[in-house]
Design a protein around this ligand. Structure first.
Ligand SMILES: Nc1nc2c([nH]c(=O)n2[C@@H]2O[C@H](COP(=O)(O)OP(=O)(O)OP(=O)(O)O)[C@@H](O)[C@H]2O)c(=O)[nH]1
Ligand SMILES: [Mg+2]
Length: 150
């Protein structure tokens, strides 16, 4: 069920871009928000706020390098879906991609925990509130057994 914002809700729209990296076996990278950030301790897909003048794909390339030292292939970012969620102070809109090709190895740069996990197991983690539909989409698109997108 999608939460409907109350009519009194006046918070700004915040645009964020996120990306599920998928490894050769079909596992998905998920990261834990570090202490000091909102939703600390909850799990999310790597990414961040879209800056002025950026395409969401460029945000992902920048954020994944800053946060994890990996460089996703810009042309390999495949749109998955988007999240829309009314937080208390802002309305999140978050285009979300998948990517299966990148340069480098995951090295968390912000002290955040990371996990490579099967899509269906993501739903067992405490997720940031907007992310449950994203995890459900991924679990639906990555078949069980051999887990390939198509
Ligand atoms: N990266 C990311 N942010 C998410 C997800 N789901 C979700 O609600 N958010 C929310 O989007 C907001 C912005 O994301 P962020 O904190 O990653 O932004 P950022 O990397 O630019 O961080 P900064 O503002 O500390 O530099 C946060 O309130 C975060 O909780 C998600 O799956 N990934
Ligand atoms: Mg971030």
């Amino acid at each position: 069920m999608i939460p409907v914002p109350s009519e009194k809700f006046k918070g700004p729209v915040v645009w964020v871009a996120a990306c599920a990296l998928i490894d050769a076996d079909g596992r998905v990278l998920i990261t834990q928000r570090p202490a000091g950030k909102d939703h600390a301790g909850l799990w999310e897909f790597p990414g961040g706020k879209i800056e002025l003048g950026e395409r969401p794909e460029e945000t992902i390339v920048r954020e994944l390098y800053e946060e994890l030292s990996v460089e996703p292939c810009l042309d390999c970012l495949e749109p998955l879906t988007f999240a829309s969620h009314a937080y208390e102070t802002f309305q999140l809109v978050m285009p979300t991609y998948v990517c299966r090709q990148w340069d480098g190895f995951v090295r968390p740069n912000e002290g955040q925990a990371t996990k490579w996990i099967w899509a269906e197991d993501i739903l067992k983690l405490p997720l940031v509130p907007a992310d449950k539909p994203l995890a459900e989409q991924l679990a639906a698109r990555l078949p069980k057994g051999r887990r390939f997108l198509r």
